[in-house]
Write a protein that binds this ligand. Structure first.
Ligand code: PLP
Length: 393
């Protein structure tokens, strides 16, 4: 992520006057604060105090069982002993990349993808190339000519960030048909608006897929608890890397999540969350259609954000600055593209952590900033977001 963009986002963060349509944060009012507080106190009450003690690198047995049960319910043959509890999905991703790739390798990524994954690839001297897997038409134009030579493919089949869309059957087959390891990031899988998480790629390629997930989106990111299910032959190595890196995931955080999951109906919570975020998505979509009718977007199938593209070659940085002056910030589209391209102009607009009224006002401010930039030369639409596919909200 560009340091100057991060600097601006940091400046905006504490300012209550600025509406933050970026960041990809869960809604704070959805944090189950009282149940988490009770879980914390119960964890402290245990005389042996495991929550304050060292544990083992693989993490809490009950959390591993919970993850294995959830994945089994989705059709994946996973034993609790094959799950590693990690410090968030981010650490799971780092471990997977360390095992699957060597510096200089090419790694397939979606056309738009999670910026911290791109950062990690760069830090590891790995070269991101586009998977070209979202549609046959896109594959024809966007896939790297020698995409078959990628060492691993990083993807979000259940629900993409920032696209807000899952991969269709054809794209999933395409991923499995290619060679190399698959790193399946399931961070948003439980937040599809249409219901429970779909069958993971893990179920179809148990020995090739590194599957990672997290409670950051469905519970809270501050506890930093996620998981990794590596291919079985890599389990021992993954555990060694985990131990070398931080010995184990935070005992207290694991104890809280464990107690919380045991004391609530988590499935019912997911149903409520899906409804909550679906309503916010609809609200933002209406505001975009009303205030920025010339911009294009696909209605998200879940998650926290709408990916928006305008078929123009505008100055992304100038728009970000103008928006900040108007009192709104967003995530610039270049952060999500493997090559860092800023054209056509695109952005991720997060509806997740913004109250409904502020959502409308935020989009109105964005529209004002856009008008301030004035007319810009038009660029052709990217093939994947032609008007016929976007439905314009
Ligand atoms: C797609 C995706 N993967 C992984 C992560 C990291 O999640 P965690 O908070 O569990 O490290 C995020 C967080 O934004 C994400 O959006």
């Amino acid at each position: 992520v560009d340091d100057s963009v991060e600097e601006l986002q940091r400046r905006a963060a504490p300012d209550p006057q600025v509406i933050r349509l970026g960041g990809g944060l869960p809604a704070p009012e959805q944090f189950p604060r009282a149940p988490l507080a009770r879980a914390f106190l119960r964890a402290l009450d245990d005389a042996a105090a495991p929550a304050l003690q060292y544990g083992f690198p693989e993490g809490s047995a009950r959390l591993r069982r919970f993850v294995a049960d959830s994945l089994q319910a989705r059709g994946a043959a996973v034993d609790a002993g094959e799950v590693i509890i990690t410090s968030g999905a981010q650490q799971a991703l780092a471990i997977a990349l360390e095992i699957a790739c060597r510096p200089g390798d090419r790694v397939g990524v979606d056309r738009t993808t999670y910026p911290a994954a791109l950062d990690l690839l760069r830090t590891r001297h790995l070269l991101p190339v586009v998977n070209g897997d979202e549609s046959p038409r896109r594959r024809a134009v966007a896939a790297a000519p020698d995409a078959a030579a990628v060492r691993a493919r990083y993807c979000m089949p259940a629900l993409g960030n920032p696209s807000g869309r899952g991969l269709d059957l054809r794209a999933r087959r395409g991923l499995l048909a290619g060679g190399g390891a698959i790193i399946e990031d399931d961070a948003y899988a439980d937040l599809r608006f249409d219901g429970p998480a779909p069958i993971p790629l893990l179920a179809l390629g148990r020995e090739r897929v590194f599957h990672l997930g997290t409670w950051s989106k469905t519970l809270c990111p501050g506890l930093r608890v996620g998981w990794l299910v590596p291919p079985r032959r890599h389990l021992a190595r993954a555990l060694r890397i985990k131990r070398d890196s931080d010995l184990q995931a935070n005992s207290m955080a694991q104890a809280i999540v464990d107690d919380y999951l045991a004391s609530v109906d988590f499935g019912a919570r997911l149903v409520r969350l899906r409804r909550f975020y679906r309503q916010r998505a609809a609200r933002m979509a209406r505001a975009l259609t009303r205030h920025l009718p010339s911009w294009h977007f696909c209605m998200p199938q879940g998650g926290f954000a709408i990916w928006v593209e305008a078929d123009v070659a505008a100055d992304e940085r100038a728009l970000l600055d103008a928006a900040f002056d108007e009192g709104v910030v967003f995530d610039p589209g270049s952060q999500f593209r493997a090559g860092g391209a800023a054209t056509p102009l695109a952005m991720r607009l997060c509806f997740s952590a913004v109250p409904a009224d502020a959502l409308e006002e935020g989009v109105r401010r964005l529209a004002r900033a856009w008008r301030r930039l004035g007319e810009r030369p038009r660029m052709p639409l990217t093939p994947a977001l032609s008007p016929s596919e976007t439905g314009r909200g």
